[in-house]
Design a protein around this ligand. Sequence first.
Ligand code: PEP
Length: 251
Amino acid sequence: MKRRALIAGNWKMHTTVMDACHLAAAIAGQCADVPDRDVLLAPPFTVLSEVSHVIRESGVIVGVQNVCWEEKGAFTGEISPVMVKDAGGTAAIVGHSERRQIFHEDDSLINRRLLGSLRFGLLTILCVGETLEQREENKTFEVVEQQTRNGLAGVEASVMDKVVIAYEPVWAIGTGKTATKEQAQEVHAFIRSRIENMYEKSIADQVRILYGGSVKQDNVDALMAQPDIDGALVGGAALDAESFGRIIHFR
Ligand code: PEP
């Protein structure tokens, strides 16, 4: 089944307002000739409004790197889905491995974030992926299944069209070590089979599963040629308009 590709750039904790505007404009300028795919940028909260403004009318989707489940209240340091929308964002990433590892976010917290994000209609990317230790202990499938099931707990089939899964093996993030296309495809197919098991085949067939972990201009084509890889979540290479532009133009 053909799914619409999605290339997402996670800018992490990078960019001042000026950097962000330049980068967003340079990326938006490269999207006109690829109307068959979606491009998403996830800049820091501090530049969300500016980036939303710069990319308006380009078709680029703007989102955040994390989001709270509540609309407002005493949640120091958090940003609500309503605030995201107010600043022009329509998407959110949850469960990134840096949130899991550095900030100790667990599956249940990530599930709350996902449910909150979906409640306010944001396109939501749930990240899952094993560490090197877990892979070496042959626990990849167990970990990925658990993160997928727990992350999607309580998510109704009717909103699954707003859910994107990103498989990001932790050992491949920011390390320059990409999973081989076979390793990635194997896990993507497995995730799709788990979604079918949790929902039904038509939902598993339509859900987009992105690969993340050192995606670069020289490996994106091979990854995107795999039947269950529907896009990429890109960190480092998303900060360079030329590299990201080439990734967007995968063949
Ligand atoms: C990421 O942070 O989601 C990521 C995949 O980073 P990188 O592309 O730098 O490995």
